[in-house]
Design a protein around this ligand. Sequence first.
Ligand code: OSB
Ligand code: MG
Length: 394
Amino acid sequence: MKIENIELYNLSMPFISPFKFSNGELLNHTCLIVAVKSEGLTGWGECPVFTQPYYTYETIETAKHILQDFLIPKLLGKTINSPTEIRDLFAFVRGHNMAKSALDCAVWDVFAKAENVSLSTFFSQFLFNSYDNISRKDAKTQSLIVDSHNFSLSNTRDKVKVGVSVSLTQDIDLLLAKVEDFVNQGYQRIKLKISPDWALQPLQAVRKKYPDLMLMADANSAFTLDDLPLFQKLDDLNLIMIEQPLAYDDLLDHRYLQSRINTPICLDESINSVHDTRLSIELKSAQVINLKVSRVGGITNALEIHHLCQQAGIKLWCGGMLESGIGRATNLHLASLPNFLLPADISATNRYFREDIITSPIELNPQDSTINVPQNVGIGVEVDEKMISKFTIK
Ligand code: OSB
Ligand code: MG
């Protein structure tokens, strides 16, 4: 497909309430949205980056710079035969995964639309020859694969188990009220953001009120190995995991901590590439990985990490970056893959937004804490261009 035109929008969408985590507080969802046009079709992708380098080193301004001055010029006018080519096309830029991911996701979307299938269905047309070699099936290899291998990109599910991420809260009563509200809405897994002054007590309080709830904590790198006694106490709370307790770029201290506690460690910020994934598997730094397509630079890397973890017995779940409906829909397709074995941080649109940039909101199925994977072509949701204009600041 020839990439004929690319549009780039800088959006700011107000949250219903501020989102607070150990490194900052967000009042709006700032993001870049890209529209990639080819053969009368439009593919959409989201770069869910913050205005400050609170989560990765990228910011709205760095992502704009990398997109406008390097990635878009490289892609515009090119003829692409498979969306897996995008990763190699962008390899000349080191890092800047969120900027890359927006275009990568948009190209995957436009290809799935050209095939007239949903993104989730489209994944089953790809296979791995080895850990770093993904390719499109042709008629010949397809029959070979069906005969001899059980490749991981088929067997997608049509609804995804989800949970909700609860931001840092001022006091225990307020926290318990928030958690009760989410549980009443039907969310069966609750993740508490924690920090050095907000960890043991809040987790104990929620566990006391909900002895059987799927409960977990996300520290966003707020602790060090000096906090080992705290993590040993958390072992009593039957948490499903602790996410990114130690430094954002560490694999070694996490290995040490995991060898001394029973609660599974999950890595988020430390996993930015296929290579990081291989290292964490070899080092036994974690039992679980939170996979975010934006953090790893796009869908091709995400599929490869999925494949590696499936072979190594590392459980995945799909993380979130407070995305608009576009990124949220992309995440649902990713989370439909078979090694996403724990509930995703993909909550319903109304968890974060009163108004969104897709025509119908993403909703929770309250009876089983799931969200349906959109069935229409590509990312499967219709983008509301009027709402894009409304929230565009540049
Ligand atoms: O660490 O997973 C995280 C939000 C912003 C930045 C980092 C994180 C998060 C979340 C919220 O936990 C996930 C979501 O609901 O999108
Ligand atoms: Mg996290």
